[in-house]
Design a protein around this ligand. Structure first.
Ligand SMILES: Cc1cc2nc3c(=O)[nH]c(=O)nc-3n(C[C@H](O)[C@H](O)[C@H](O)COP(=O)(O)OP(=O)(O)OC[C@H]3O[C@@H](n4cnc5c(N)ncnc54)[C@H](O)[C@@H]3O)c2cc1C
Length: 466
């Protein structure tokens, strides 16, 4: 149920501004563009399944976008931006109806600085397009989600956080990964605001609620021809010890290290012949020139190497990254819909913490580790290897999930709750006050993705039933 009235004259106004062919009014299509992968969470599924926009508008350029924003402000129409819709906390789902803005046609790579390795692009561009073009010039994306083939630049910067590459470069908000972002304010006369270097961070991972990102500059890494490897072991602790050693080995040029507790590898159906029964798995992307050394070291540790996929340019599947990060969860849910997941930031004593979780919830929690570098939000120096756990959890009920997160907290594990659509609960935002101040500047009317930032009081739709 929408909390504002969409009438025919408003539809006509959107058609006039954006072109009739760019305005979506068919119910099925609106339903589709209003949703993301929120159904990973049984709690979000219950809360959000009936929510949708009232109208979709496809935007191809900044000028049209500004006119549409202005129209929304004049008529107090809620609006939310959509990239590829692969977010998984309902970030893209309108809580109060209104306009879903599809920026998929604002997808130009504006420049690629081949000397310094900087890509400047519009928000709707796919990350895979940037990656392919960067490789041709001797560069690669520093950090990309496992949905990189489909997901958009704007969606990753505003909805994502870390991923493939983070073992070397950290998350989006680490180091100098993002050079600049340009936001469009949600005002009758929209303005452009550009943030540079670490000042950008407050505009990242805000669930599209602090202005519309219309351009960004990303720093690239030097291209490495990565080979993709599968390793297995029947001994979880041994595998963890080795994976961590690989993660900490600065001399290895690597892009991804993921580790999966049995039975998770059994859900990777296309890879089954490389994943023996009752064995845990580890996937590694490492410079092809260093593969031999790593395989030999693994053997010395008693870890078996079962499969290699060569580097290909331009990139072509199969990708082992299709089984990492939140893809792992997807493979498991496809096989057994009683699974859901958690997102846990493990502490230095993570091996003890893993044991404590397994002992407390036997048969209910299965670990999926992702190693990253310096993922802590505000840290700018002294990067260290961190262990991030996205365990699969057999879902019983909401109270049990809450209890698990409380237990995690008790033993020093932090949680980014993936069962909440509130920004404040979905990540450890040490800079939430700054994000709040930014929203005040970029969205004074409170009509941009209203309701996602819990601490922001201006929401003209809050009293109407969402
Ligand atoms: C299988 C699977 C694996 C995943 N793996 C990862 C991973 O490795 N790392 C990770 O970080 N995430 C991951 N995610 C989450 C998600 O895929 C990524 O964050 C992705 O980059 C989002 O891009 P998108 O274009 O699909 O964004 P969308 O889902 O369309 O949008 C995400 C958010 O960004 C906002 N937004 C989009 N464009 C703009 C814009 N131009 N201006 C302002 N706001 C905007 C939206 O309103 C929404 O709140 C995964 C999800 C799934 C389902």
């Amino acid at each position: 149920m929408s909390s504002f009235a969409l009438n025919e004259s408003l539809v006509a106004a959107f058609q006039q501004v954006a072109g009739e062919e760019n305005v979506v009014t068919r119910k099925e299509e609106i339903e589709k563009i209003s949703k993301d992968f929120y159904w990973y969470s049984p709690i979000l599924t219950r809360q959000l399944k009936d929510k949708r926009g009232d109208i979709g508008v496809k935007i191809g350029n900044l000028e049209t976008l500004m006119r549409v924003v202005s129209l929304c402000c004049r008529h107090k129409v809620p609006l939310q931006v959509r990239g590829a819709g692969t977010g998984n906390y309902g970030q893209v789902i309108p809580l109060h109806g209104g306009v879903v803005l599809d920026l998929g046609k604002m997808n130009r790579l504006l420049s690629l600085d081949e000397e310094n390795g900087v890509a400047r692009a519009e928000p709707g561009i796919r990350l895979s397009t940037i990656e392919t073009k960067a490789l041709k010039s001797g560069w690669e994306l520093r950090c990309l989600p496992s949905t990189w083939v489909k997901s958009s630049l704007g969606g990753f910067l505003c909805g994502g956080s870390a991923g493939i590459g983070s073992i070397t470069y950290g998350g989006l908000d680490n180091k100098d990964n993002i050079k600049s972002v340009t936001l469009l304010t949600i005002e009758e006369e929209p303005r452009l605001i550009r943030f540079q270097e670490r000042d950008c961070i407050k505009a990242l991972h805000t669930y599209g609620s602090t202005g519309i990102l219309v351009e960004a500059e990303m720093r690239l890494g030097k291209k490495v021809p990565y080979e993709q490897h599968v390793f297995v072991s029947g001994d979880w602790d041994r595998l963890t010890e080795w994976s961590y050693a690989v993660a900490c080995n600065e001399s290895l040029r690597k892009r991804e290290i993921a580790q999966f507790e049995w039975p998770i590898p059994s859900y990777f159906l296309p890879l089954r012949k490389y994943m023996p029964v009752e064995h845990h798995g580890m996937f590694l992307l490492v410079d092809e020139a260093q593969s031999g050394q790593v395989i030999a070291e693994a053997a010395g540790f008693g870890i078996r190497h079962t499969h290699t996929l060569p580097f290909k340019e331009p990139p072509r599947p199969p990708y082992l990254t299709d089984y990492t990060w939140n893809h792992t969860t997807l493979w498991a849910i496809k096989k057994d819909s009683s699974y859901t997941y958690l997102q846990l930031g493990m502490a230095e004593n993570f091996t003890e913490q893993l044991r404590a979780l397994s002992a407390k919830y036997p048969g209910e929690i299965f670990h999926h580790l992702e190693y990253t570098k310096g993922y802590t939000k505000m840290r700018v120096v002294d990067y260290e290897i961190l262990c991030f756990n996205l365990p699969l959890v057999k879902y019983r009920n909401e109270a049990r999930l809450r209890e698990m997160m409380e237990f995690c907290q008790e033993i020093g594990i932090s949680s980014a709750n993936p069962h909440s659509y509130f920004l404040e609960e979905g990540g450890g935002h040490e800079d939430i006050d700054e994000k709040h101040r930014l929203k005040k500047i970029t969205d004074p009317l409170g009509i941009l993705n209203p309701g996602k930032m819990k601490s922001y009081q201006i929401n003209p739709f809050a009293n109407s039933k969402a």
